[in-house]
Design a protein around this ligand. Structure first.
Ligand code: FES
Length: 204
């Protein structure tokens, strides 16, 4: 771990990381995507959001300190600026490495009234985890989130890039079985889909 990403190195964060402070882990595919994106924005600062999605995919679904440092270096921004953006948006995973599948439960009014907390209790019983926790096998993370903007389908959950709703215990049980059998990480897949969305949007 570089000095820049260690707790206690706060004073180092407002500057652009140097090459010897970062590990560069982007794949060739990621570098090609980033170079294409850069040509569509007036300045590198505008590339922070899509580059964070690239990093979230490349780092297995988690924006670690190293991932943020790599984004900062590649875009020539300060560590603090990139970290500030990444931690502002809840869709970026910065607090902890999520499981292969993140089950996001909407807890806002419509979903709340239609049974979100019943579903939360069901997940606690079935998976043994609550908000912000990950199963020991690394397969599932549960998170309570704000309105997913699909209130007409309450109660709604999001897994990767897919909304499910209205959901009941039977549906959730079957979904968990299907996810267990899915070899692909829906967390990583979602990041990949978001990269594609940004590339398509930048080409318009
Ligand atoms: S209240 Fe759940 S999607 Fe809006």
């Amino acid at each position: 771990m570089s000095e820049l990403t260690q707790i206690g190195s706060i004073n180092e964060r407002p500057r652009i990381p140097t090459r010897d402070e970062v590990e560069l882990n982007f794949s060739d595919k990621a570098i090609t995507e980033l170079e294409a994106l850069k040509t569509h924005y007036p300045e590198l600062k505008a590339c922070i959001l899509p580059t964070l999605w690239i990093a979230q995919r490349e780092y297995g679904g988690f924006l670690s300190g190293e991932a943020i440092a790599e984004v900062a270096y590649r875009l020539q921004r300060s560590y603090a600026e990139v970290e500030g953006v990444a931690t502002f948006y809840s869709m970026y995973n910065t607090a902890h490495k999520p499981g292969k599948h993140k089950i996001e439960l909407c807890t806002c009014l419509s979903c709340h009234l239609c049974g979100t907390y019943r579903l939360r209790d069901f997940l606690k019983e079935k998976l043994g985890i609550g908000h912000g926790e990950t199963t020991a096998d690394g397969l599932f993370t549960v998170e309570e989130v704000e309105c997913l903007d699909a209130c007409d389908r309450a109660p709604v959950i999001q897994v990767g890039d897919t909304y499910h709703g209205p959901v009941d215990e039977g549906y959730l049980s079957k979904l968990i079985d299907d996810l267990r059998a899915n070899p692909e990480s829906t967390v990583v897949k979602m990041a990949d889909e978001m990269v594609k969305v940004h590339i398509r949007a930048s080409e318009r």
